[in-house]
Design a protein around this ligand. Structure first.
Ligand SMILES: Cc1ncc(COP(=O)(O)O)c(C=O)c1O
Length: 385
């Protein structure tokens, strides 16, 4: 709804600042674009293996080894059309009617839709701000049933920017070790967007006894600003990868040959830009979150990872807009920001957390400063808080 309205306003000539997207404003690196161009000229324009080119699979294996100390064989890796497809393949390949998938909330909304599409039942476990939006192991234990098929562990977390420490992942793993039938869907798409100088671990590396029932998912989208190239990958037990590949064969036949050549260049080329870009995002976060915290009625913790701020608007629920409407929900607050000051954000209700909104800071610094000023103006214009 809000997305459509933002498009309509833009089409009507309004200068909408888009803080609701999962895109980064950085360009895909030149050497990656050049590699894609060369691949096309070399004639790499045919179907590849359904589960990806051997070269890219080997680069992914090397990436998992270097980054997490995890060793996988070729038949334990699949390349997909974005990590979105890797996740969908896994759920479609494994869920039977009514199987449960535990999803910590706040969450990335497509987890829920994908589980339902595969005839499964999402089971939400709230992760409140007073636990830094992280999954409490005892809450996880209480949510697991005989029907639990998967537990989603997204680290760093979209939308809160929380980053689990090794100790926190170990405590979650300890619960999972008591439940051998529950598998782990470890989504590390933002693993390189860590803003506090540390790095994000993945659960199969922290607890190797879980490796044979964990699917570790990642991709090039956020690490190399390659959202539109649509390449993601996953590593896990060979029979699961094989089942995912069968689904992929019948649905998309695999990722684009040119995009796979580009992803190969990204994974095997210079990696310095990862830290450089994380440093830029950290500076933007610092300025943006400080500005949001100056807005009356808003409060926002500093995220350790991703490029999202998850902002509480609890202090503005019950306020009145200058036009006289009452703001009762975060959706209404997000709608007000869009209508009143042309800033698009994601309502917390769409990520399983209310009353909050998610605002991206992967936009140029001047636009971000302008957005923060507009949000402040909108908050100041509310009455009766
Ligand atoms: C947590 C999370 N997982 C997976 C994805 C899917 O990304 P892609 O399909 O571009 O690899 C996203 C995209 O924003 C995301 O936020």
């Amino acid at each position: 709804m809000l997305r459509r309205r933002a498009r309509e306003l833009r089409a009507a000539g309004r200068d909408v600042i888009e803080l609701s997207s999962g895109d980064l404003d950085f360009p895909t690196p030149d050497h990656v674009i050049e590699a894609a161009h060369r691949a096309a000229q070399r004639g790499e324009t045919r179907y590849t293996n359904v589960d990806g080119t051997v070269e890219l699979k080997d680069a992914v294996r090397e990436t998992f080894r270097r980054q997490h100390g995890l060793a996988y064989e070729r038949n334990e890796i699949i390349i997909c059309n974005g990590s979105t497809q890797a996740l969908a393949n896994a759920l479609l390949a494994t869920l039977r009617d009514g199987d449960e998938v535990i999803v910590p909330a706040p969450y990335w909304a497509p987890y829920l839709a994908q589980v339902r599409l595969a005839d499964g039942t999402p089971v939400l476990v709230p992760c409140p701000q007073n636990n830094a939006f992280k999954l409490n192991p005892e809450d996880l234990r209480a949510a697991i049933t005989a029907r639990t098929r998967w537990v989603v562990i997204n680290n760093p977390v979209n939308p809160s920017g929380a980053v689990y420490t090794s100790a926190e992942l170990s405590a979650i793993a300890a619960v999972l070790l008591d439940h051998p039938d529950a598998w782990v869907l470890a989504d590390g798409l933002y693993e390189h967007i860590v803003l506090n100088g540390s790095s994000a671990r993945t659960i199969a590396a922290v607890e190797p006894r879980l490796k044979d029932r964990t699917l570790t998912v990642s991709g090039v989208a956020k690490t190399y600003a390659m959202m539109g190239w649509r390449v993601g990958y996953a590593a896990g037990p060979a029979p699961l990868i094989d089942a995912m590949s069968n689904i992929q064969s019948q649905t998309t036949s695999g990722a684009s040959s040119i995009s796979q050549a580009a992803a190969l260049a990204a994974l095997t080329g210079p990696q310095d830009l990862i830290a450089e870009r994380a440093a830029i995002l950290a500076r933007r976060r610092d300025t943006f979150v400080a500005s949001l915290n100056r807005c009356p009625g808003l409060s926002c913790p500093y995220p350790d990872g991703t490029f999202y701020a998850l902002v509480s608007c609890a202090g503005l629920i019950g306020a009145k807009t200058p036009a006289g409407s009452l703001i009762e929900t975060d959706r209404e607050f997000a709608g007000y920001l869009l209508e009143a000051v042309d800033v698009a954000v994601v309502a917390g209700a769409d990520c399983g957390v209310s009353p909050y909104f998610r605002a991206s800071f992967a936009v140029p610094a001047e636009r971000l400063a302008e957005a923060a000023a507009r949000i402040e103006r909108a908050c100041l214009a509310l009455s009766g808080k």
